[in-house]
Design a protein. Sequence first.
Length: 282
Amino acid sequence: MKQKITGFHQDDQGHWVADLRCGHTQHVRHDPPWQDRPWTETKSGRDQKIGAELECKKCDEPELECKKCDEPEMKSPLNITSPVTLEGSAVSLQPLRRDHAVLFWDAAKENAEDIFRWIPYSMKTPEDFRRMVEKAFAEQERGESVVFATVERASQRVIGSTRFMNTDRVNRRVEIGSTWIAPAWQRTSINTEAKYLMLRHAFEVWNCIRVELKTDTLNEKSRNAILRIGAKQEGIFRKHLITWTGRVRDTVYFSILDTEWPQVKTRLEGRLGPRSISPSAC
């Protein structure tokens, strides 16, 4: 394939080499007849003739295949199977059931206003929780979410919920969100371990290349918790959502990439200790 010459240089053996627009180089070891030369002689060396071209042998070679791009997990969409249970030492993330609506209400009813202060929809009554669960099942049926009940292992008590959501199978990314925990467990290892289990599943079982997290810009507690996990803040979506109160919410986005996961994983395992590190999905 012919490529335009962008310049000439000499290699360490004194041979002239043409620099081609394609990025390759082509040795010109023997001077062709003057009329066929693609350069003009100058005191500083050889200059290209305007519009001159040379046959690039490398451009005619088949492109080298990238082994990484050939791996099945990079070519195929996410293979998400559910239901799935994620087990840690302190927490168990169990598949959503319809009877969880009542258990969620029992866990949250005394502090619902505080727990759901930053949620854009109203969560004040048992009916609100029933609708939330029905909506979650609809999302799961559409393949958008995988929803969990958060269970304290020691007591087997339902203490909250979390989910994989906004699933993008083709682009190999998911969001971890819609997370809430009853106040008595908010300053324990429960949330950290739950995030660890979900991140490990996303990156090591589903082979995601990106996991997203987001929260209300005014929710400083959530923002700091996400940063402590090891996520990086990316930016703020201004006037992103209109909440049930009519307030217009700005949303801050965070992410963890597959290339960042090993470091994040080591950091989280250091905080949690060895009991959370065993295989957890079933």
